[in-house]
Design a protein around this ligand. Sequence first.
Ligand SMILES: [Mg+2]
Length: 398
Amino acid sequence: MEQIKTIQSYPLTLENFGLAAMSDMFDDWVVYRNLEPVERRLKGLKSARVQLEPSIDGIPRKLDSNYARVALWIFEKAQALRRAEVDEILFIGDTLSGDGKAFQNLLALSGLPGSCFIGGEKADQSAWHSKDEATGIFSANRWSSLADWLALEKANGLKFSKNTVVVVDMDKTAIGARGRNDRSIDSARLKGLYRTVGNVLGENFDAKLFETHYDRLNRSKYHHVTQDNQDYLAYMCLVLNNGAIDCVDLLESIDSGDITTFPQFVRYVETCIVGGERVSEAMRQAHTAVHTSVQAGDPTPFKSFRRQEFLATLEHMNNLADDTPMAERLLREITITQEVLETGLWLKEQGCLVICMSDKPDEASAPNHPSLRDKLPVHRAQTHAVGISIAAALAELD
Ligand SMILES: [Mg+2]
């Protein structure tokens, strides 16, 4: 319990609003990385591929312009199910370069009116928010500024009607609010990662070395190999941690430019494994699974890691008692962002389609493996909702 002493108090007075689930605002209108909606009536990427021209290769990521094409296609199908149109687009997220860019792509492609809120709490600074008229992006250092954003956009003429599509990001927005509770998401991912690597390497797992490799490869200098893809990074660190593989010059090969892509890295490991006699069966299996997925063009090839991340994420939800001190909760529990929840519920009440679009891999978000059948998907799992109520400000908009 010693660590708890070092937790500092949070500079804003946040309240615990009790248990909630993201499905309270989204129902099953949730789309994870593979772009196949959880809502069964709604079609996704596989159908969009057949209908969209020019056709789409692979699974587009949030920043790709093809992501906007598929997303817009999904919105139209969703609105058709609700007997509504797509007339305006709202976006709520936590990263200017990711969510902000995805929003801009959506507006550019659709030509529709819209607005985007990017939140990142800096509780030790005075409250600040501002809108960039050129991009339509409203940035704030308080999540409670969601109320200011809606008030501004209402005055600007946005309708918030059944023809409005509201896109909400999941990680570090709907849950684990950036600047407030985001470290809980990172620690759940890390726990999943360490468990996976521990399962493969057993007592040979060197956590310190793993951290060193991870920090090194996570730099932008290596993005051409890692693609900033957590699966790639995790697998590379696993291989580098495995002393039995006779690939001491693996890192040098990356540094020197002999290995420039992730599939090259995997092929290199393949040759080491085929020739290596002391490679454990667990390592061989882990490698074969990744190798097969990479060959199939799967952007989430390290499935066992993502399944452990899914379990660790659930373990970090509703894992603390109701009376746990706030600062400790923010560090150890993944909480729902109360301000986002209230905003989502209010917009839903206005008739808007409130849909979650997350870059989170499906394997890290839902029990899509036979061994996980008794688990809830992350968007249906309950946890404490924490934040500052903006209900009074929202009521004034009615
Ligand atoms: Mg996010």
